[in-house]
Write a protein that binds this ligand. Sequence first.
Ligand SMILES: CSC[C@H]1O[C@H](OP(=O)(O)O)[C@H](O)[C@@H]1O
Length: 251
Amino acid sequence: MSNVYALIGGSRLDHLSRLEGRMIDRIDTPYGKEPVELTRGQIDGLEVVFLSRHGVKEKKPPHMINYRANIWALSTFKPKAIIALASVGAVLVEDEIGTVAIPDQIIDYTWGRETSYNTGKESVINFIDFTYPFDMDLRDEIVRMADIMNLPIVDGGTYAVTQGPRLETAAEIDRIDRDGGHYVGMTLMPEACLAKELNLPYAAICQVVNPAAGRGASANSVEIASNDEELNKVTDQCVDLAIKTFVELNR
Ligand SMILES: CSC[C@H]1O[C@H](OP(=O)(O)O)[C@H](O)[C@@H]1O
């Protein structure tokens, strides 16, 4: 098989209509009975495997996603890079709805999730270096491609991962702000550290869909409606940015 690149779609993208020669794989993993459904195909001559993080038919809320199975299933294709799309709330008021950010740091506030492939039965524990949670070369490539595409993005920022599925309180967002968080979402952990344990270059493209709790006009202004044209346009731009980055990496 030629080089394969992996795209993870989040709450705003559960299928990739641009895939040609589409094939569906259901991958069994050691991490639960349910196989992980992946879609494979070509875009611009490139082999792409697509994962809908929340599932295909049944939608798993962020705290119930089987992250270990998802990343394991992707790893069976030995992807050269994984780009994850994620919707976020903006902690800072200057980051308006529609802002695209390429985060470079993570603060993890989740609990009770399976965060490792270490089982306690191995003779060697895999203590990964997680100083820089995203693959910096892949991040740089995404940022460079956004520049070539003339797509405005925020280069960097800290993604705070909350447990969900409830949204945060205003005080929790104030705390995240004091801690140095810029974007808030519920899914990039443990996705990022599991990818790192398996040595898979992983980076994220985040799309702001609402001001975080207490930072916007309304109490709960999460806007994930799939019929919102402006937001859909930005999601398409994020997909385009990911695919063009893959094409560039493959040159
Ligand atoms: C009401 S927030 C919805 C959902 O959006 C984000 O998911 P994803 O990263 O898959 O786009 C967020 O983390 C929540 O899970």
